[in-house]
Design a protein. Structure first.
Ligand code: FUL
Length: 508
């Protein structure tokens, strides 16, 4: 999506043998530096949603640190969302349509949104983010402000509505609905005219947010290309954000610049080894902001940032974002999906995994098999926790809460501590290869250096070291039998606190 990146498309939007070699950053560079000038900065975040801050009890920390809103907290705890890229591109074999595609192309004869949601649910995903409109401008719902939509297609005799079907299926299966509405529209004639296009875009946003029930996430891509007439569009982000806040106040908004959740800075599925949920909003002021190293900055952002804006890791299960027959043999393996889980959720981010429907409107059987195997492998790893009910000792309060399996309870070191140690004696020696740590992020994020040591048959060994923890830190360790564990918070910006310490075995 966003600030000059995106490795999913060639500059001409075609897909060649599964190799997508032009990034969006490349595209923006070619297009020139105008994007920064054209966009309207929104440096203060969303209207009325400046995150609150938690008072710090005692200690040398005089500042109040940012904390998540209820919506941001829920968004992060969901861990996994499915992305569904679907539009005329699915039928033209392109990644970026140019807006000239005929709606007659769109005819997903076996479309079954309930099949999407059932698979997503079985694999442990909690929501689906659908491309209601991609850059080509084709609307998957019958928009009243354009004729370039499903209403002009042969699908369901022109009476169909993909957004409605996906919304209903999500509701039936208890999943959240997220919607992607590309600001960049290569079909709409008013694109590049300023206010007139904003009126069209905002009308579309209002349709999507008023007609389909609760929406949990609104996804704003940062791509902002030149219109056919050579004009560039300025986006009125404050106006856009206000519509979301008014119509779906519980939804989080995603973009390079949030305001609620931020892009993680690449489309490879990799959050920073160091990954903070706090940012200085001025450092990435608007969606599509391009600057040297902005991708690296978004990966890690800023321990001293004044705003809570956790990172979302969007990545595709295939080389492209849209379905291409020639990529059917390039679907990520289960090992690879597990790796993505470790480098996203396991680095204090959320994984938004794209699974593109085929021309029939279903997920390809290979993708379905991989998703299900990914779900089974994660469940197998996480369900068995060898540290559960361990005997825990540590200064401060509630040490046993670190192993009680409840995300809302936590161990807290004494106020004023800058370093703290938690010792676990396991109920029985156990063979493990994964350590999982969590901070109680409802109170913010503080740990900036930790290490984990374990005692096995050959004595004590250093198992893992790291910087941030945040919502979740997953560390792979060499497989070994462990009977005691020591977690040392070496440095922190807040009272040392841990909501969970667990030990697992990931068996390939
Ligand atoms: C990018 C877009 O240009 C891609 O087509 C895709 O939608 C990706 C998620 O975001 O910026």
């Amino acid at each position: 999506m966003t600030s000059g990146r995106r490795n999913g498309a060639r500059q001409d939007g075609t897909c060649q043998g599964g190799t997508h070699d032009a990034t969006r950053r490349d595209f923006l560079r070619v297009a020139g530096a105008w994007a920064a000038l054209a966009a309207i900065p929104d440096v203060v975040g969303a209207r009325g949603r400046i995150p609150s801050a938690a008072p710090i009890a005692g200690g040398p920390w005089s500042a109040r640190r940012p904390v998540p809103t209820a919506a941001q907290l829920q968004w992060q705890r969901d861990e996994l969302a499915l992305f569904a890229h679907f539009t005329v591109n699915t039928f033209t074999d392109r990644e970026w349509g140019d807006g000239s595609e005929s709606p007659a192309l769109f005819d997903p004869v076996r479309l079954d949104a309930r099949a999407w949601t059932r698979v997503a649910k079985r694999a442990g995903f909690r929501s689906i983010v659908l491309t209601a409109k991609h850059h080509d401008g084709f609307c998957l719902w019958p928009s009243r402000v354009t004729s370039h939509s499903v209403a002009a297609s042969p699908w369901r005799g022109g009476g169909g509505d993909v957004v409605r079907e996906v919304a209903d299926a999500c509701r039936a299966d208890g999943l959240g609905l997220g919607l992607y509405l590309s600001p960049w529209d290569r079909h709409e004639p008013s694109y590049g005219s300023g206010r007139a296009y904003m009126d069209v875009y905002c009308a579309q946003l209002e349709e999507l947010l008023a007609q389909y029930g609760p929406v949990c996430e609104v996804w704003f891509d940062g791509a902002n290309g030149e219109g056919a007439n050579g004009k560039r569009q300025a986006y009125d982000w404050p106006r856009i954000h206000a519509i979301v806040r008014q119509l779906q106040p519980q939804a989080v908004m995603f973009s390079d610049a949030g305001p609620d959740v931020r892009w993680i800075g690449n489309e490879k599925g990799v959050a920073g080894e160091t990954c903070w949920s706090t940012i200085d909003p001025v450092s990435v002021p608007y969606a599509g902001y391009d600057a040297p190293n902005v991708g690296e900055l978004l990966q890690r952002v800023d321990p001293h940032g004044s705003v809570w804006r956790p990172g979302e890791t969007d990545v595709s299960i295939r080389p492209g974002w849209f379905w291409h027959a020639q990529e059917d043999a390039q679907v990520r393996s289960v090992d690879n999906l597990m790796e993505l889980y470790f480098t996203s959720v396991g680095r204090n981010s959320k994984l938004l995994l794209n699974v593109p429907p085929t021309r029939d409107g279903v997920f390809h059987p290979t993708d379905v098999a991989r998703l299900e195997a990914f779900g089974a492998r994660r469940a197998q790893m996480l369900t068995r926790d060898f540290a559960r009910e361990a005997l825990v000792t540590g200064a401060g309060s509630n040490a046993a809460a670190a192993v009680d399996g409840a995300p809302d309870t936590f161990w807290s070191a004494p106020a004023g501590a800058t370093r703290a140690t938690l010792d676990l004696a396991l109920p029985a020696p156990a063979r493990c290869n994964v350590v999982r740590l969590q901070e109680p992020i409802a109170l913010g994020q503080g740990v900036e250096r930790f290490e984990v040591r374990g005692e096995g048959v050959n004595g004590w060994a250093l198992l893992a070291t790291g910087s941030t923890i945040g919502y979740c830190r997953l560390a792979r360790i060499a497989p070994r039998v462990i009977r005691r564990l020591r977690v040392i918070v070496e440095s922190t910006l807040d009272v040392p606190r841990l909501a969970a310490v667990s030990l697992h075995l990931d068996e390939a």
